[in-house]
Write a protein that binds this ligand. Sequence first.
Ligand code: EPZ
Length: 422
Amino acid sequence: MDSIIVTGNGPLKGQIPIAGAKNACLTLMPATLLSDEPLTLTNAPRLSDIKTMSALLESLGAEVSQLQDGQVLVMSSHALSSHVADYDIVRKMRASILVLGPMLARDGHAVVSLPGGCAIGARPVDLHLRALEAMGAELELKEGYVHAKARNGLKGGTVEFPLVSVGATENALMAATLAKGTTVLKNAAREPEIVDLADCLRRMGAQIEGDGTGTITIQGVDRLGGATHPVVPDRIELGTYMLAPAICGGEVECLGGRIDLVGAFCEKLDAAGIDVSETEKGIKVSRKNGRVKSVDVTTEPFPGFPTDLQAQMMALMCTAEGTSVLEEKIFENRFMHAPELMRMGANIDVHGGTATVTGVERLKGAPVMATDLRASVSLILAGLAAEGETIVNRVYHLDRGYESVEEKLGNVGARIERVSGQ
Ligand code: EPZ
């Protein structure tokens, strides 16, 4: 297993290109199952999760070609050779559940393994299943698999989500495009990745309104065609790299970053004394002189502060002046980065879903362990500001969501290198 070694090296300077969004691409790719014509995605990120989704689609009989070093994906699924999404793939990546809605909508049957939990929580899929049942699907749980049937096709219905779920909204949205009649999704997720999916489905011929709000209305159509769609920039990668100059000083321009994708996050950076400005090419971030100020953060569904930036923000607060309170309201166990940051000298008190962070002047480098995708990158950020060397182990978590992190940070002056494990 590879490790990444980061040595605190003072202020950063330069530009970091922002890739297409992992969490948009992982829902856009299963959309190919809705049509027998090719779907082409441009600006696709080059990540291991994308390779895992490609392998899953190919196991169902779809064809996936990666062009331009993986930045362009051309997918087509004339006829599926299998309708079974195997536990082996699904347990590695929860987003695999997103093939359920499209397969059911297109062919009237699907067998998908329950994903099981993951490091940050139990992460059930009950809301996905309830949404499909509201569209007439018959579901049966057998030996860890969901057996779904819609003998006469799905029919339009009203889905009231009791809590906001990105994935369940995406599954229901894709399924509804081919259901007979009108489907209304209430208390739907409003994330930019939902809007990006709706844009792509409309290019394929779907009739969708209200995406980006809490109520989405879909008129089912008989078939969907092919399309070419650019993946929206990754707002979580963007927020992560905006925090690099914030935590160790300097000035970095994030190329392709869009300020509308990170509104709530930028408000917190501004309150912490970080300078954020839009440029022609993206977003420029610099730290005004003096220490970062502590700010309180509560994670919420979009447009609130994203849970996927909580770990990274905690790293910044570890070096801030004063005390900040971070509340994680989306997942039940998303503070695993805290004990690792404490190994670096951070002063964090965790009680349930609340972490109280009292900033210290300087963190100290140490060997630390990555536990999940966002926790691992928060340790890299902490290492940028720490005195001495930080060794982040198990960086396979990192490679799931960040393209060549050592190159992007190295190009703006960070001392960072990857050491291949045995
Ligand atoms: C998506 O996960 C993202 N993943 C996550 O990013 C992100 O943290 C999350 O949305 C919230 O923004 C992808 O898009 C691939 P949810 P998802 O359904 O869809 C509960 C990353 O780091 N819930 O919005 O799985 C659930 O347990 C990843 O890139 C149910 O109870 O998240 C959680 O507490 C991590 N029943 C809350 O809802 C369900 O059927 C929000 O989950 C579904 C979810």
